[in-house]
Design a binder for this molecule. Sequence first.
Ligand code: GLA
Length: 393
Amino acid sequence: MTNEQYIQQTKDVFAAVFPDAGTPRVFFAPGRVNLIGEHIDYNGGHVFPCALTLGTYAAAAARSDRKLRFYSENFKEDGVVECSLDDLKNDPAHGWANYAKAVVWSYAQHGYTLPAGFDVVCTGNLPAKSGLSSSASVEVVTGTLMAALFGLPVEQKENALLCQYAENRFIGVNCGIMDQFSSAKGKKDHALFLNTATLDCQTVPLDLSGRRLIIVNTNVKHELASSAYNDRRGACEEALADIRKVRPIGALCELSPQDFDAVKGAIRREAALKRARHAVTEEARTVQAVDCLQRGDLAAFGRLMNGSHESLKNDFEVSCAELDVLAETAQTLQGVLGARMTGGGFGGCTVNIVEEDAVPAFIETLGRIYTEKTGLTASFYTAAAGDGAHECI
Ligand code: GLA
């Protein structure tokens, strides 16, 4: 379906589900794929994601009372979720709508209280639970529609921060800023070189000169994902606290790999040391990778992606058998410059840079080997970098 068809579909579903509501306005917020810089957005590091052209569409209209009504075409089984502006609690029975409620709550916590509720219908073309930030896109589109419908003076950068707060405090996942920031501030045909310590962001043309960015979905999401995420973040904080006894640093990613070698003896627990080593080496790889891309050295960029995967597998331990089959097999295939898991890990997707004419064989061979080794079927998407959240006019 084209963008226009998605917009029309979202309006049509809105009219069918909420026949009594006003005429909706339609908004979009994308998912993201991270090219490199994984699990360092909470360690003061640099990340290098791009927003996708896939994401969440939302048709929304303000109400005159204090009710909120949510419906998603992707979670029909959840039906219409209803609650009041005065009763915003995380309710497991509300499924996906908790992400939207979280944002209403976060805005209120920061003084943006709404004068009335709203009705919203979401549709989207991002696979859920794929590590491509479908939940961040729901959050960011919710903030975007609230600011527009109620005239709130919230720019996209602040929207991203308010959505991160929603995820941290309402959902309970201690995520960094990368996903919400990419969804809010993405730029067509560009990747974002984001300093997560300062939120300085440089947009870098994603010029792959004849190569394609291919996302491969394992189609698995292991259940431990959010508890393991918080555990990894805790281990990084533990390593930082240990290092601070010998060196006054603000965040792990301030250390070069050489500096790290000099102070790592202060880290008491082996697991914390490995997590910190990933953070430090991933930061170095990311800064180098962006330089390689800007110089047009895609082969070096790809090698850094492969190194990132290895570090996420062995030091950070957030990969899984399915991701390893996809990434490690891809790395051996003809025409593949680099392959790595992307996002939080424990399932979800890999990101690959593949020579254009090698793409059909890549899909055929990798798909076949993945099924042979896991009994599962992988999905393949050609990624294009798209714009951040906006109203669809
Ligand atoms: C998840 C989080 C992000 C980031 C990545 C790993 O997507 O939401 O903040 O930490 O994992 O890089």
